[in-house]
Structure formats: structure tokens, C-alpha cells
Design a protein around this ligand. Structure first.
Ligand code: HEC
Length: 313
């Protein structure tokens, strides 16, 4: 295993140096303290974290965000968080069946007037969508559309080095403490939310537009709402998603303590898996292939030496 560890460290270090660049006006997303186990060509996802992340998705995010590229049975396929060798066909996996059956989805009823009705989902169904369509989703979210999360780590990342997961992790943990946001009454009598910055570099007040929330990792530009030095505008932007995580927001099935950091870490890792469900198998195939090719190269070199041994240049 030590060999893999060393290889892992080498690859992780090279991935880190490649991703060291700034994105827009946002603070650069950072990985969790100990990095991501999967962020190297030989690294793997932590399956128990992916399992917990699924729980966070279901209990916190799924009320606003769909994942329409995923079917319930993907959860029980090889590389999936609930894969069980006892059930090679994920449709038979009792956990997968249970997760599906807990969701009600809208489906056409077999009659000749084209009715739709709710029924419990089956493993072969796509994940339940929280809204009937994008208009309904916007209407429920102040005009903003919660993006589908199926491939969000790919959409917000650059490769498989984990920066998409780091973005999700940083965004979820990056919201300010509610205590740092002060609600005042504006001139028109409406409440305004004000954030005061008073460090050496950022000094001034930032007014949060109604229904918008400040996050230093959200790409954007807050200069129009900033009263301080225009050359030192805080990083980040506003988004229509309020902070989602509070300590103990979920009750983890495996007993892990549900801190904000832990939930963000787990859900980011779950979304990393969802973006590429076959990643683990692809990687476990990669290393033997490389070793085989190295062996083959050696063999070819020696045969070359032998075949041309007595031939003058
Ligand atoms: C109450 C509804 C709601 C819940 C619950 C919610 N979100 Fe969101 N989320 C939104 C909305 C609305 C947006 C779009 C914000 C915008 O574009 O201004 C959004 C945007 C995002 C984005 C994209 C930000 C970007 O770069 O554009 C990510 C990532 C995200 N949410 C992740 C999550 C995760 C993970 C959870 C669960 C822990 C979650 N959200 C829970 C409503 C929600």
C-alpha cells in the first residue's frame, strides 16, 4: 500500500500546482484540509463519505436541485456508494429499492386521456425532480434556477483533480456566520442586510440585495453594493441560494458527527462520484495497464538488443 500512497502523493502534488490560478473575482476554491483521496490518477473515492453525501443530498439539496442524469440503480452499481456484490443486478439491491420507493414520481397512467399520477419510484427511474419544470423552479426561488447537480463538479471544475468538488465544498462552507450579517431598516422602511468588513485590506460595508446572499467563492462582482475603497472590493459575489448547512442538519446513519464541514465534504464527494460514476473502475484499470505497458516496453528493448546484436551499424 505504501507504494500507492507515494504515487498518490506525487500525483496530488502535481495536480495542485496545475490548479493554482485565480478564477474571476472569486476567492480561489480550496480543497478540504487533508485534500481529496480521489484527486490523483490512482486515488479513489471514499465510499462511506459518498454514502453520507447521498444522505445530505437527499435530505438537504434535493428539495431544490434535481440530478436528472442519475437513476436510483446507479447507486448500487459497481463503483456506486451502495454496491453490494450479493446483488450484481442493482435493481435487486434492497437499499436501492428502498431509496427509490421512498420517492414519489409523476408518471403517465395507462389510460387513453393522457393522465399523470404519482407512484413510488423504481430502481430504473431517474432521480425525482423537485419541480415540474424550470419555470416552477424559478418561481419557487425568487427567479433563480437551482442548477441540476448531476455534473456540477465537472461544470465548475477543470478536470479530475477535484477542483469542482473543492468549489462545491468551499461554496457551502464559505457563507458568513449569520451573526456577521446585520439587518437594518432602510430609508424606505424595508429591511436591508449589511455586512461590515474591517480588516486592513477590505474596509467598508457591503449591502446584500434582497433575496441574494454573499459568498466569497461565488464568481461575481459586488462593487455596486460596496461602500468601501473601490480598489479593494471584497472577493466573490451574490447568489440566490442561502446558506444550507448548519451543524447537525442531518442525522448521519453511520453515526458520524454532522458538522458543516463534514456535510460539505461528504456532499461534494457524492457529487464528484455522480459526475463520473465509473471513475473508480476506470482508475483501477489504469494502474495495471501502465505496469503492463512498462513491462512490455522493457521486453521490447531487450528483444531489440538481442535481435540486432550481431549487426554492424
Ligand atoms: C432552497 C433551495 C435550495 C436548496 C435546499 C439548495 N440549493 Fe443550491 N441553489 C439554489 C438556487 C436558487 C441556486 C441558484 C443561485 C443563483 O444562481 O443565484 C443554487 C445554486 C447552487 C450551486 C451553483 C452555484 C454556482 O456556481 O452557480 C451549487 C453548487 C449548489 N446550489 C449546491 C447545493 C447543494 C450541494 C445543496 C445541498 C447541500 C443545495 N445547493 C441546496 C437553491 C437551493
Amino acid at each position: 500500500m505504501t507504494f500507492f500512497r507515494i504515487l498518490n502523493a506525487v500525483f496530488a502534488a502535481s495536480a495542485l500546482s496545475l490548479s493554482a490560478h485565480a478564477a474571476g473575482g472569486a476567492k480561489h476554491a480550496h480543497a478540504p484540509e487533508d485534500g481529496w483521496s480521489f484527486a490523483s490518477p490512482v486515488g479513489k473515492l471514499e465510499i462511506d463519505s459518498v454514502q453520507r453525501g447521498f444522505q445530505v443530498y437527499r435530505e438537504v439539496c434535493a428539495s431544490c436541485h434535481g440530478m436528472k442524469l442519475l437513476s436510483y440503480r446507479n447507486l448500487g452499481e459497481p463503483g456506486g456508494p451502495f454496491y453490494d456484490a450479493m446483488y450484481p443486478n442493482a435493481n435487486d439491491n434492497p437499499l436501492v429499492k428502498q431509496f427509490a420507493a421512498e420517492d414519489e414520481i409523476l408518471d403517465p397512467v395507462p389510460n387513453d386521456v393522457g393522465d399523470y399520477d404519482y407512484r413510488p419510484a423504481r430502481p430504473s427511474d431517474r432521480f425525482r425532480s423537485p419541480y415540474a419544470n424550470d419555470q416552477a423552479a424559478r418561481a419557487a426561488n425568487n427567479g433563480a434556477l437551482p442548477p441540476d447537480l448531476s455534473v456540477i463538479t465537472k461544470a465548475r471544475g477543470h478536470g479530475n483533480d477535484g477542483d469542482g468538488a473543492s468549489y462545491v465544498y468551499s461554496l457551502l462552507t464559505g457563507y458568513l456566520d449569520p451573526e456577521d450579517i446585520e439587518t437594518r431598516t432602510g430609508e424606505d422602511g424595508l429591511p436591508v442586510n449589511v455586512i461590515t468588513f474591517d480588516d486592513d485590506y477590505f474596509h467598508g460595508e457591503l449591502v446584500q440585495p434582497l433575496g441574494q446572499y454573499y459568498n466569497p467563492y461565488m464568481p461575481g462582482d459586488v462593487s455596486a453594493q460596496w461602500s468601501g475603497d473601490p480598489r479593494h472590493v471584497p472577493y466573490g459575489g451574490f447568489l440566490a441560494m442561502p446558506s444550507q448547512l448548519t451543524d447537525g442538519r442531518v442525522d448521519y446513519m453511520d453515526g458520524t458527527e454532522a458538522t458543516i464541514d463534514q456535510m460539505a465534504y461528504d456532499v461534494a464527494q457524492f457529487l464528484q462520484w455522480a459526475g463520473e460514476p465509473k471513475q473508480s473502475q476506470r482508475k483501477s484499470l489504469g494502474l495495471p495497464t501502465m505496469l503492463y505497458l512498462i513491462f512490455l516496453a522493457g521486453l521490447l528493448w531487450f528483444s531489440y538488443q538481442r535481435i540486432w546484436r550481431n549487426v554492424g551499424h
